[in-house]
Design a protein around this ligand. Structure first.
Ligand SMILES: [Zn+2]
Length: 243
């Protein structure tokens, strides 16, 4: 399988939940607002023998001519939006769901893809407007949505795993082809460092649960030698722990 990180850049985010672009080369780390986090925003393409998968969709920002940033990054890698066959959504917070629709917020951004979304996450996200931006996905054509619940398989290669912990109905994805395993823990496992340290994040819905899941996944990695994908890591888009 081939992994292509689609970095939209680094951002600071504080209690207002606004994502402000941050230039690592120029901006002074000490000047960002108190208590703010510095995060990468980084969806992934994974190319398998059957699919061109997109894992989460980024912020949905567009340039002055209304071209989506994620479409530009895909083009750089020779991929058209309509080449994406499946969009796998970990959850629907705005930094993951902003790119599900075109900037008009009416038309699917990936016209030929099926979007895999946890049904309860969808229902919650439509009504809970403090953590979610329903306009970012509400108008997605239902014929393009495949709702999933709990855990299970989308294909021989693609497993979805209910986690909760970060948002009430968050899910992770495990991709397996031959002996190769790629694991996307979404926002339960957003950064490499959090896999190694006991760390409770205050932004999680259930911080303790999230920490225990990360520990479990590190145990699992000893067995399947998975490569982790990290959506919010400034330095390591993906990482395979040794030993
Ligand atoms: Zn989130």
């Amino acid at each position: 399988m081939k992994i292509i990180p689609l970095s939209e850049g680094a951002f600071t985010v504080d209690q207002t939940k606004k994502f402000i672009p941050f230039d690592l080369a120029k901006d002074d780390l000490h000047e960002r607002s108190r208590g703010s986090l510095l995060v990468e925003i980084q969806p992934f393409v994974v190319i398998t023998s059957e699919d061109i998968l997109l894992l989460d969709t980024g912020l949905g920002y567009a340039n002055d001519s209304h071209t989506m940033q994620i479409h530009q990054i895909l083009a750089y890698h020779g991929i058209l939006p309509e080449d994406i066959t499946k969009v796998l959504m970990s959850h629907l917070h705005k930094d993951h769901s902003g790119g599900m629709l075109l900037p008009d917020k009416k038309t699917s951004a990936f016209s030929r893809a099926t979007y895999y979304i946890n049904r309860q996450e969808w229902d919650l996200a439509l009504s809970e407007t403090s953590s979610y931006h329903p306009e970012d996905f509400r108008n997605l054509n239902t014929s393009q949505i495949h709702f999933v619940e709990g855990s299970g398989y989308i294909s021989d290669t693609i497993e979805y795993i209910f986690t909760g912990a970060h948002s009430p109905y968050h899910q992770a994805f495990r991709l397996k082809e031959h002996d190769e395993v790629i694991f996307y823990g979404g926002d339960v496992a957003p950064r490499m460092m959090q896999m190694k340290n006991r760390y409770k994040a205050k932004y999680d819905y259930q911080p303790e649960e999230a920490m225990l899941l990360r520990q479990q996944w590190m145990e699992d990695a000893r067995q399947d030698h998975r490569t982790f994908l990290f959506y919010h890591d400034i330095k390591y888009p993906y990482y395979q722990f040794k030993g």
